[in-house]
Design a protein around this ligand. Structure first.
Ligand code: 13P
Length: 251
């Protein structure tokens, strides 16, 4: 059975005390039995929050980014072994903000994926098309290319450690959410691609999250779609009240 996941992406928000408070508030939420909560938090908070989350088996602390190098002269970068050494074994790879603002190419992301698996990390791999591509109706081919370029080199067994997040860029931080039908169509397509490339067993066990203006008001409908296994939530994850409602939105 694939995992149901409510994932928060705090992005570059919250100062230390606010982060600690939000963690405490979320750790007091009664998480539905079949759901896991991911908190992708800024680097400075990873060590302390992963220590706190040791007593919370249903909450995983996740890095928002990682270097494609193991160690060395890469000022300002953070490596997989560093994350592992503080108990962080999940990382988001290829968020659209990393791709567009920090020019992370499909090739760099492929290196990050490969190194992550080699270093024993679990990955949340993000994909999704910009508005111009959606308007041209070439979004399926665009996302297929992202997956082919950075993920399809993995073996079937590697997918035990991979979650995919479909985040259409036109829905991120815009308040415009993909409709439940639009999300389901893409998630079903991604699962079809996995079954064609690998097999149905792999496709059925990979969790595929939707991201892009998920809020308490739309989470239930999105998460009730057959191929939507949860959400990767930005803005609405920064307040305990809204994120806890999202956590409880699984049917
Ligand atoms: P919003 O929920 O703010 O649209 O952000 C989505 C996102 O980018 C999560 O990674």
């Amino acid at each position: 059975m694939r995992k149901k996941i409510a994932a928060a992406n705090w992005k570059m928000n919250l100062e230390a005390e606010e982060a600690r408070q939000l963690y405490y508030d979320i750790s007091n939420v009664k998480i539905p039995k079949n759901v896991t909560v991911f908190l992708a938090v800024p680097f400075p908070y990873l060590a302390s929050l992963s220590l706190l989350a040791k007593s919370q088996p249903r909450i995983s602390i996740v890095a928002q980014n990682v270097s494609q190098h193991t160690s060395g002269a890469y000022t300002g970068e953070v490596s997989y072994p560093m994350l592992r050494s503080i108990g962080v074994n999940w990382c988001v790879i290829g968020h659209s903000e990393r791709r567009s603002i920090f020019q992370e190419s499909n090739e760099i992301l492929k290196d990050k994926v490969n190194l992550g698996l080699k270093e024993g990390s679990n990955l949340v791999f993000c994909c999704g098309e910009p508005l111009s591509i959606r308007k041209k109706k070439t979004h399926k081919a665009y996302v297929e290319n992202q997956l082919t370029a950075s993920l399809w080199q993995l073996s079937a067994s590697d997918f035990d450690k991979v979650v995919i997040a479909y985040e259409p860029i036109w829905a991120i931080g815009t308040g415009v959410t993909a409709s439940a039908a639009e999300a389901q169509e893409m998630h079903q397509y991604i699962r079809l691609l996995i079954s064609q490339k690998y097999n149905k067993k792999v496709a059925d066990q990979v969790s595929i999250l939707y991201g892009g203006s998920v809020k308490p008001a739309n989470a239930k409908e999105l998460f009730s779609q057959a191929d939507v296994d949860g959400g990767l939530v930005g803005g609405a994850s920064l307040k305990a009240a809204s994120f806890s409602q999202i956590i409880k939105s699984f049917g």
